[in-house]
Design a protein around this ligand. Structure first.
Ligand SMILES: Nc1ncnc2c1ncn2[C@@H]1O[C@H](COP(=O)(O)OP(=O)(O)O)[C@@H](O)[C@H]1O
Ligand SMILES: [Mg+2]
Length: 320
């Protein structure tokens, strides 16, 4: 497990530079001499970040919306996928009126690009449809089809934030396992910690997910956030082969509730509020994460066509 020192390492300067980097590291030659062909541009890297937590009501959708919006406000290209199929609410949280949803993608009546709805600051939202029982009962093949649809996206974003449902069923774990990073949202309730642990266990044991970023939501002070993280880290460290780091804390904030009532993101409506500051710090931390730990040969991954999967050391018998 990573030590607490890891998250202490990102200081303000780091956050500041993270917010001001363009995210485009392409270095192109100024000119190419006659007879020299330009090197092929490296494929664009897209980072898929799943926001999960196991329990309902802990703030997964709130974190997904505000993390995505914070990145978009910092000039990054971001798409937000509502993967709470059948009980979707990102469109409601952002005051959007979708006419189509993931169900239309699956029945072939529209493309993924056509589903994307514009939200403030260039954020794009992929709605999932609410009240459609069929969407809540997709099988493995259909979940995989949704994930694979991202391979065909002609203009992929820099970040795909995936808002997942509650529980540990296929509709949650397949989307979380398909992402490069998993953010675990917890709050100060015993069931939140036990559900987050259960999800971590399933994802690590059955899907070889090895790294998790913990967000403590609705906290009253910084010490509470630390305690929550440490409680979860202690039990995961003892029983699971995973790395947990502390991504950040979001204070309990009335501004956030008011933003929800106004169908907007608190980082957009009240950027100086306590919760908005927490979200912006976390968005800055994303750039300090380093390369995604992609493992598992057979893994179905968002933008999986981009990189070869490394074999998982546990599955391959190298560890334990
Ligand atoms: N930091 C916070 N401060 C105050 N209220 C919050 C905070 N985070 C979430 N909430 C409240 O909790 C409710 C549930 O959040 P939501 O993101 O929908 O949870 P989930 O997606 O995990 O089910 C929201 O409607 C909001 O009112
Ligand atoms: Mg939700």
């Amino acid at each position: 497990m990573t030590t607490l020192a890891m998250d202490q390492a990102w200081g303000l300067s780091n956050l500041f530079s993270a917010f001001h980097s363009s995210g485009n590291d392409d270095v192109r030659p100024l000119s190419a001499g006659a007879g020299h062909s330009l090197p092929a541009a490296p494929p664009r890297r897209c980072r898929a970040i799943a926001v999960a937590g196991g329990k309902g009501g802990v703030g997964k959708s709130t974190v997904a919306v505000n993390l995505g919006m914070s990145l978009a406000m910092a000039g990054r290209e971001v798409a937000l996928l509502d993967a709470d199929l059948g009980l979707a609410n990102l469109d409601v949280l952002l005051g959007l009126q979708p006419s189509r949803h993931i169900g239309h993608l699956l029945d072939g009546s529209c493309s993924l690009g056509e589903l994307m709805l514009p939200a403030p600051h260039g954020l794009k939202v992929i709605p999932a449809g609410s009240g459609a029982r069929r969407l809540a009962q997709l099988d493995t093949r259909e979940h995989a089809a949704v994930i694979r649809a991202f391979d065909e996206l002609p203009d992929p974003p820099e970040f795909l934030i995936v808002d997942t449902a509650a529980g540990v069923a296929d509709n949650v774990v397949m989307f979380a396992a398909a992402a490069d990073d998993v953010v675990l949202v917890v709050c100060d309730e015993p069931a939140s910690l036990t559900d987050a642990y259960a999800l971590t266990k399933v994802l690590s044991r059955d899907f070889c997910v090895r790294r998790f970023h913990v967000v403590a939501n609705m906290v009253r002070h910084a010490g509470e956030a630390r305690q929550l993280y440490e409680k979860l880290a202690r039990v995961c460290d003892r029983f699971l082969d995973v790395a947990l780091d502390f991504m950040g804390a979001v204070p309990y904030d009335e501004h956030l509730r008011q933003a929800i009532r106004r169908q907007g993101a608190v980082v957009d409506l009240w950027p100086a509020s306590r919760s908005a500051r927490g979200f912006k710090q976390m968005a800055g931390a994303v750039d300090t994460w380093g390369e995604p730990l992609r493992t598992g040969r057979d893994r179905i991954a968002f933008f999986g066509g981009q990189v070869a999967m490394a074999p998982d050391p546990v599955r391959e018998g190298g560890v334990r």
